[in-house]
Design a protein around this ligand. Structure first.
Ligand code: PMT
Length: 404
């Protein structure tokens, strides 16, 4: 697995740097081309010569110490890497990675690489539990950085708790697994996927509107999962409570009519449509050009039905694979299957939004996926990201079959 693979090993300044030397040795013995970058602090714990001897390559500690004039070394290493591993990763390096700071060779290479990044933190128990560190790790995880959890035990600082760098064998196994995963064919490679997310906004006057509780979390998780599965993703989004994901083509659509236009304009170049957005079923018949004055004791707002975007797509689906969502509060299966048939979906993802932990706003969901024949998978309470990954795993083989 490791034979001929280029692994950039970033070593930061912590006592656990000595374990990185054992890791470097194991990787080199397994046939990997290990290129070590040390931070200035790391060199206080272990001499660069140790890594140089184990890896049989120069160890880079200074961004400007260009040893080969034919390349720019941080870009060269960033491009050549099959995997970048940071072990041990200090709180300082995590902060730099999370905020895009590039003030040394390691942080600069990390910013330049497109290779998968595996990070093994090691620090004092209070540091790893600090909200700033947790926030940085969560941010990095969002961006696809993988972590190797630190272990529990006696720490060099005298504390007993979480914070020890994982053992070299464990690091080695995680590296081999990450390389194996990177080599797997991406199940949605070559597919163009259109995802809708968030709630539509239906204006009443210049300062008032009708909307719903959708945060966009579910739809964005689906867009990210499709992107990670190799698809070219277009995200048509309404009102969101979370930031837009990277690596997708994002298109803003305020109202249901805007969303219909945005979706239909992109339908010809789309293979898979996944409609997680909560679209308003009705809109105000007229939008007042000026702020409506509160003169009368009561007020009647005349609503008209919005077009059903999913149904419109379903009626023109051709060879496309269509996935709808169904937000229900009762008779989940019956209503979901009715929507699947009426809107010509291939799959429908039903969530009972009255259940604790399911539906709008939160980070979790409980979904059941149906096709024409009935239940395909009933997922337990899961993070929306995991539910989205599982959903994409259900979609990919079915959509591939459809094209064939
Ligand atoms: O965004 P979050 O806070 O993470 O919440 C997630 C969610 C609850 C919004 C999501 O899981 C979900 O259920 N989305 C669909 C919500 C919805 O509008 O359900 P519905 O049962 O009313 O509509 C069924 C399907 O038709 C949906 O795919 C919807 O996008 C689509 N639809 C509905 C009305 C309409 N006019 N046009 C449509 O395309």
């Amino acid at each position: 697995m490791l034979q001929g693979k280029t692994i950039v090993l970033g070593v930061c300044g912590g006592i656990a740097a000595y374990k990185a030397a054992a890791l470097c040795s194991k990787l080199a013995q397994a046939g990997a081309d290990v290129r070590v970058i040390m931070t200035a602090s790391a060199t206080k714990f272990v001499a660069p010569l140790t890594f140089q001897t184990l890896s049989r390559h120069d160890v880079i500690t200074d961004t400007f110490d260009e040893k080969d004039a034919s390349v720019v070394s941080h870009i060269d290493l960033a491009d050549r890497a099959d995997l970048v591993v940071v072990a041990p990763a200090t709180a300082n390096m995590l902060a730099k990675m999370a905020h895009g700071i590039a003030d040394d060779m390691l942080s600069t290479t990390l910013l330049a690489t497109l290779a998968p990044v595996l990070v093994a933190p090691a620090m004092n128990v209070h540091m790893i539990d600090h909200p700033a560190v947790k926030e940085n790790m969560a941010k990095l995880e969002e961006r696809g950085v993988r972590f190797i959890e630190p272990g529990f035990g006696q720490l060099a600082c005298g504390y007993v708790g979480k914070g020890r760098l994982a053992e070299p064998d464990e690091l080695f196994a995680a590296i081999a697994a990450a390389l194996r995963e990177a080599e797997q064919p991406k199940p949605l490679a070559g597919k163009r996927v259109l995802v809708t997310a968030g709630g539509t906004v239906e204006r009443i006057d210049p300062v008032r509107y009708m909307t719903n509780d959708s945060s966009g979390k579910m739809g964005i998780a689906v867009a990210e999962a499709a992107r990670d599965a190799g698809a070219q993703v277009t995200l048509v989004y309404g009102k969101l409570a979370v930031p837009l994901p990277s690596g997708v083509d994002a298109v803003r659509a305020e109202s249901a009519l805007d969303m219909l236009d945005a979706v239909m304009a992109r339908l010809p170049e789309t293979d898979i449509v996944i409609k997680a957005a909560a679209v308003a079923d009705y809109r105000a018949e007229t939008i007042a050009p000026q702020k409506i004055k509160k003169n009368a004791e009561t007020m009647t707002l005349q609503l008209v039905k919005n077009p059903d975007i999913l149904q419109t797509v379903g009626e023109r689906k051709g060879n496309r694979f269509i996935v709808g969502f169904a937000a229900e509060t009762e008779q989940l299966e019956q209503h979901a299957l009715d929507k699947l048939r009426r809107k010509h979906c291939d799959l429908i993802v039903a969530n009972d939004v009255s259940q604790e932990g399911a539906g709008f706003r939160g980070d979790t969901n409980i979904v059941s996926v149906y096709d024409e024949a009935g239940l395909v998978e009933a997922m337990p309470l899961l993070g929306k990201k995991e539910a989205a990954r599982r959903l994409v795993a259900l979609i990919a083989p079915r959509a591939a079959e459809r094209r064939a």
